[in-house]
Design a protein around this ligand. Structure first.
Ligand code: BTN
Length: 269
């Protein structure tokens, strides 16, 4: 936890960084930067967002001083992935985020499709990818600091902060997280997975994503008004979630959201 900020091992991701006190959404700023021709890998971070957004039009609570709000511009043209593959970029991002929070000490972190990062069933980080032209803006929110007032009360049962997610065995239990240090750590873990995706497409990330999936999650999926309940059974080669229902049927989830119904039993800690 003591590494000084500004020592990211990332090469191109975050080489150009825009740091703001506040903005509507770092993804708004990054989308504007992308349209204005900014460099591949440009990163926008803000201390607070006044209109932070999540997937499916949800609000992403973004109070100042506590958490990480980061958006990165990833240009797809240099290695031209076919459009049908692009949705799977979000899986690569999820893998990188899990690796970063695990490296920071949240060793129990895992993935819920498509890219929620959970610890003991609570959300530690979320990813929102938005396209403009040849670029994808990758928006990442990580709850860094716990304690009173860190997150809105209505999220208390569903969200967790990194400082509350350290496993005793990891031996790293700082009361606070240095945001600049964690940002560097995140970029360093994210860049190689983006590279692998840009070079090789979904095939490079499906296996690693499955290895990091929270095992045994029982989920519900709202399929156009019908709730399908089943167990997360991994991913198809195109990144679709395979939801195995109680009758043994496999449902392919390519869009929308899945909600946790039952968590697998906790491993002894
Ligand atoms: C989700 O889980 O629904 C996705 C949450 C994404 C939040 C991040 S915070 C940085 C970037 N700016 C936003 O407005 N959203 C993303």
């Amino acid at each position: 936890m003591t590494a000084p900020p500004g020592t990211s091992a990332a090469r191109w991701l975050g080489r150009h960084k825009v740091e703001l006190a506040t903005c509507t959404s770092t993804s708004d700023v990054a989308l504007a930067q992308a349209r204005a021709g900014c460099a591949h890998g440009t990163v926008v971070v803000a201390d607070a967002q006044t209109a932070g957004r999540g997937r499916l039009g949800r609000v992403w609570a973004s109070p100042p001083g506590r958490h990480l709000y980061l958006s990165a511009v990833v240009r797809l043209d240099p290695r031209a992935r076919p459009p049908r593959e692009r949705a799977a970029l979000t899986l690569a991002v999820g893998v990188g985020v899990v690796d970063a929070v695990r490296a920071a000490g949240a060793t129990a972190a895992g993935l819920k499709w498509p890219n929620d990062v959970l610890v003991h069933g609570k959300k530690l980080a979320g990813v929102l990818c938005e396209a403009t032209g040849d670029a994808i803006v990758v928006g990442i929110g990580v709850n860094l600091a716990g304690g009173p007032g860190a997150l809105p009360p209505e999220l208390a049962s569903r969200a967790i902060a990194l400082t509350d997610a350290f496993e005793p065995a990891a031996g790293t239990e700082p009361a606070t997280i240095d945001r600049a240090w964690f940002t560097d750590l995140l970029l360093a873990h994210l860049e190689p997975w983006l590279e692998r995706f840009l070079d090789s497409g979904p095939a490079a990330v499906i296996g690693p994503w499955q290895e990091r999936m929270v095992p045994g999650l029982r989920l519900t999926w709202d399929q156009g008004g019908t709730n399908i309940v089943g167990r997360a059974d991994g991913l198809d080669p195109d990144g679709a979630l395979r939801l195995l229902d109680d009758d043994g049927r496999v449902h392919r989830v390519l869009a929308g959201d899945v909600t946790v119904v039952v968590l697998p039993p906790e491993r002894p800690r």
